[in-house]
Design a protein around this ligand. Structure first.
Ligand SMILES: *Cc1c(COP(=O)(O)O)cnc(C)c1O
Length: 498
């Protein structure tokens, strides 16, 4: 399988090259250049998650040898990393309604599924491309990506990682997870301001040619663990197949029966993996794109007009607070039959005017597969409460957006296809909001977010994930709070270049 950029179909690259580079130098994203094979429906009957991952990885990583793929997968999804033997267990709420729990990894967010395996894929990529420089991963995070990347890359030889999180905007649990991070090759700093400040600071470092050149001369190459990397997307295709195979073996669906997935969406990475699963032959009816109040994607899917000219509104589902959904570019490329001229035109317009409008035909094609609506904070809280009351099942704020929007879908479209809600974080990562949704004020207002872990556990008789249960006893290792303009110096300090 060879890859090329969504903005130029001249250079063909191997999987190792695209995983090492992350983003194409022309600003586009890497995508498979070849038509995907259609997998037989029963191919995965009786397979474990790990077996399925091996089969799917092999299709896309044809320049990796089988043993390397197999090692990467067994190392990433071992029992010491995931606290459930099924990796992504499927929970039945009632006939026709299921939740796929994607948060059993070491940081309790779905990003672990990709970020546990990416370091191994990257290590092989360094080897086969004979990369001489040491890789330095720079990541700005709104909370989940940073911690997940730190856990994935800690103590990996030949790679260093630096994470910047906004001093305002992450939950207390998320902050503690990051400042207590262990590992000899890691660094974390808070950046004064919000996520955009941290993100812009990282972009400024990548765009600073003088700095990049100097680092190169010292033997360092900057890269990103952002969800634009193909190595982040590929691992996520697996769990769509896993959910389907599980429904089949539990006799919840018939062979070939089409199902829906409801996906809490931000950067469009998770739901795009669902689209690729569908391209590989998975019987998918509708992919339901659930947004929060930052509903750029909802507007786009319903009108064909993408418009980021609005203010970012902080919500209780912060990992979805985003105005530019980068992975949408890949979908547009696929839907237009790999028309890089069109993509360039739209993306130039997005960069210049903050908006673009696609043609009617493309919009119709997208709307045939995707359906979208959004939930505000109030609806999100109501959704947490009603799922708990109805099914005695605890969900986090992001999953609650998915559940709420699924209800809107069923009411509007009258489609009763069986549906899997993708659950993207443990409720224990967002204890403040979850407790606020479930309890009367007196029960939670006197507690810190950290204390609420125990309150929530006791009241709902559910377990705190092990990685969150000892946060208060861990040593704080990363205390720095810096101005955005100080980020380049902070990086040089960490690399001992000042
Ligand atoms: C990152 C994240 C999302 C959004 O996923 P995308 O792939 O960016 O669309 C949703 N929920 C949680 C908890 C996340 O961490």
């Amino acid at each position: 399988m060879k890859y090329y950029s969504t903005r130029n179909q001249i250079n063909y690259l191997t999987a190792a090259q695209v995983i090492k580079e992350g983003l194409s130098p022309d600003g586009g994203l890497y995508v498979p250049s070849e038509k995907l094979p259609v997998l037989p429906i029963n191919i995965f009957t009786g397979n474990s998650y790990i077996d399925m991952a091996k089969t799917i990885f092999k299709i896309f990583l044809s320049d990796y040898d089988e043993l390397e793929i197999s090692d990467a997968i067994t190392s990433a999804y071992g029992i010491e990393n995931f606290d459930h033997p099924e990796i992504t267990p499927l929970h039945k709420l009632k006939t026709g309604l299921y939740v796929l729990e994607l948060w059993h990894g070491p940081t309790s967010a779905f990003k672990d599924i990709a970020l546990q395996v990416l370091p191994y894929l990257l290590r092989t990529a360094i080897k086969v491309t004979r990369e001489k420089s040491e890789l330095v991963i720079l990541t700005a995070t709104s909370g989940d990506t940073g911690k997940s990347a730190l856990e994935g890359f800690k103590d990996i030889p030949g790679i260093k990682i630096v994470v910047y999180y906004p001093a305002r905007g992450v939950s207390e649990v998320q902050r503690l997870q990051m400042i207590t991070q262990e590992g000899n090759n890691v660094n974390v700093a808070a950046v004064k301001g919000n996520f955009d400040d941290a993100q812009n600071g990282v972009k400024a470092i990548f765009g600073n040619q003088q700095l990049v050149k100097m680092l190169k001369a010292k033997g360092y190459r900057l890269t990103s663990a952002n969800s634009i990397n193909w190595g982040r997307l590929l691992p996520q295709i697996v769990y769509y197949f896993y959910a389907y195979a599980k429904l089949l073996s539990n006799e919840e669906i018939r062979d070939g029966e089409k199902i829906n997935f409801a996906v809490p969406t931000g950067n469009f990475g998770n739901i795009l993996a669902g689209y690729y699963a569908r391209e590989l032959g998975l019987p998918v009816n509708r992919l339901i794109c659930a947004a929060n109040i930052n509903n750029v994607l909802t507007d786009f899917i319903n009108s064909g007009h993408y418009n980021r000219n609005r203010k970012l509104k902080p919500s209780i589902s912060p990992s979805m607070d985003i105005l530019i959904s980068s992975n949408l570019e890949r979908l547009l490329f696929e839907i237009t039959g790999h028309d890089s001229e069109k993509i360039k035109y739209w993306m130039d317009s997005l960069a210049k005017d903050g908006q673009y409008k696609i043609d009617n035909q493309t919009q119709r094609l997208i709307h045939d597969i995707f359906w979208s609506d959004f939930a505000d904070d109030n609806e999100t809280k109501k959704s947490i409460a009603s799922v708990y009351e109805e099914y005695n099942y605890l969900i986090d704020t992001h999953t609650a957006v998915g559940s709420c929007v699924l209800n809107k879908y069923r009411e509007t479209e009258k489609d009763q296809s069986k549906t899997v809600i993708l659950s993207t974080a443990s409720p224990y990562k967002f204890t403040g909001s979850v407790a606020g949704a479930l309890f009367v004020k007196e029960t939670y207002e006197n507690y810190s977010e950290l204390e609420l872990l125990k309150v929530l556990s006791k009241k709902t008789a559910t377990n705190i994930p092990a990685n969150l249960s000892n946060l208060d006893t861990k040593t704080i290792r990363h205390k720095q709070v810096i101005e955005r303009d100080a980020m380049p110096n902070h990086l040089l300090d960490f690399l001992k270049l000042t």
